[in-house]
Design a protein around this ligand. Structure first.
Ligand SMILES: [Zn+2]
Length: 455
């Protein structure tokens, strides 16, 4: 593809984020960028003007790679002619793709499409909200998070050039989220994409052009996902392992292609409809009502056995502001707000397995190991040696031993024994901490306070 000035007019980043995410490579690539303000605590930074942030800038690594990518903002219908890697990858599984015909249009119009909704042979979400594939070997779509009273927190359609104020807010709350990025936006706003990774958000794919993939050919659907993965890799250095279908449009054919690319399909259980304000009678009031409904449900115990996933957008200033406005309510309604992958204890969120993220259970395990009150130490000490029942008896008898209080009047022999046992407990705690990544895969029988593990 020929490089044109319009494709080079990569749009805008905030001076602040430039300062935060520039690497040596990017610093030399940005010409004419406004001077970065001095770093400050996110709560005390001056307010940002999202409109002013959206000024064009060039980013040399993207400019250099433009010929290797599809046209910006256009639907991708085929692998680029000279892309041997993409062709080889597609060829490695294309013969196994289920024989399901494309349906509807890239914009999601399914008017006139004939489909047997009752049988739902292809588990087509747009028609039936099906999330459990009919085709053997496909993973079910992710629609909930397993941790009780937890909220899978994520935003579609980014990166948006004016997102720094919103990301500053998340940063000020030490809050991470799952960001479903559009490939074209990543190419246009590379520094904003870099910021997401630098801030610890989890990055997933949301296609190259926000196309409804059920309308695409096999090769077109592959290319929409493949080039988005390549764009994210180019700009941030990581290769996502998750995706969300634009408009939720997915069936077993598309699931198969995504899974063959190593992408888990993440859907949602609750939609704020923030993206739809101004259309189809959706108003800011109705969006607020959707947030309120979720909060009310959480308060009534609807998520006491498993958590929810909420669909929100990094689409424009309104969708981000309404997310900010509602964050305190969500934070008080749910014990935990966290990226979807963290909730699923996905310790390696990217294909680059050297990059780790702490899983929820790991965090919970660390909490246990670090926070054992001294009064409980005898119990865990005994438990580390004995069967549970004997451990309980041992624990009940432990206080009478008074080894842990180490009173000054204690005979030296007993005191020494007490310190020996205490040292042993410290060793046990250290072992527990070391083993957390392994233990985190086991069922966890204890609750974790809401102030812990807030990602
Ligand atoms: Zn979207």
């Amino acid at each position: 593809m020929r490089f044109t000035p319009s494709t080079l007019l990569l749009v805008a980043a905030a001076a602040t984020v430039r300062a935060q995410v520039q690497t040596e490579e990017t610093q030399s690539a940005i010409e004419g960028a406004p001077p970065a303000p001095s770093p400050a605590d996110p709560l005390t930074r001056p307010p940002l003007d999202p409109e002013a942030e959206c000024k064009p800038y060039g980013f040399q690594p993207v400019a250099n790679a433009i010929p290797s990518f599809p046209k910006i903002a256009a639907n991708v219908t085929a692998i680029l002619p000279n892309d041997a890697a993409a062709k080889a990858k597609f060829a490695s599984f294309s013969a196994q793709i289920p024989n399901i015909a494309p349906r509807g249009t890239f914009s999601g119009d399914i008017t006139g499409v004939q489909y047997d909704r009752a049988a739902d042979p292809d588990c087509w979400w747009t028609s039936t909200q099906c999330v459990k594939p009919k085709l053997a070997g496909l993973k079910p779509d992710i629609v909930i998070v397993p941790e009780p009273r937890a909220l899978g927190y994520g935003f579609d359609d980014g990166p948006f050039c004016g997102h720094n104020r919103f990301y500053n807010y998340l940063e000020s709350k030490n809050q991470k989220a799952t960001m479903f990025y559009i490939g074209t936006n990543v190419m246009n706003f590379p520094l904003e994409a870099q910021r997401a990774v630098a801030d610890g958000h989890e990055i997933c794919v949301h296609t190259w052009s926000h196309a409804s993939l059920v309308a695409a050919t096999n090769e077109g659907a592959f290319a929409e996902l493949w080039y988005t993965m390549q764009a994210i890799k180019l700009v941030t250095g990581v290769t996502p392992t998750c995706w969300r279908p634009p408009k939720g449009d997915v069936d077993d054919r598309i699931r198969f292609i995504a899974q063959s690319l190593g992408l888990d399909t993440i859907m949602w259980g609750f939609d704020t409809f923030d993206w739809e304000v101004g259309m189809n009678s959706v108003t800011p009031q109705s969006v607020q009502g959707n947030y309120d409904t979720l909060v009310t449900k959480a308060g009534s115990g609807a998520f006491n056995s498993q958590g929810a996933i909420l669909l929100m957008h990094e689409l424009n200033n309104y969708t981000m502001q309404v997310a900010i406005d509602n964050y305190p309510k969500l934070a008080s309604a749910f014990d935990h707000i966290l990226p979807v992958g963290v909730a699923y204890n996905k310790t390696t969120p990217y294909a680059e397995t050297t990059i780790k993220q702490q899983s929820f259970s790991e965090c919970a395990c660390f909490f246990l190991a670090f926070s054992l009150p001294s009064a409980l130490l005898p119990f865990f000490h005994c438990l580390s040696h004995l069967l549970p029942l004997a451990g309980l008896l041992c624990s009940l008898s432990a206080p009478s031993l008074s080894l842990y209080s180490s009173p000054p009047a204690m005979p030296p022999v007993l005191s020494a024994a007490g310190w020996l046992v205490r040292g042993h407990d410290l060793l046990s705690s250290w072992l527990l901490i070391t083993l957390c990544p392994l233990l985190s895969h086991l069922p966890r029988p204890y609750p974790v306070p809401s102030s812990i593990c807030r990602y």
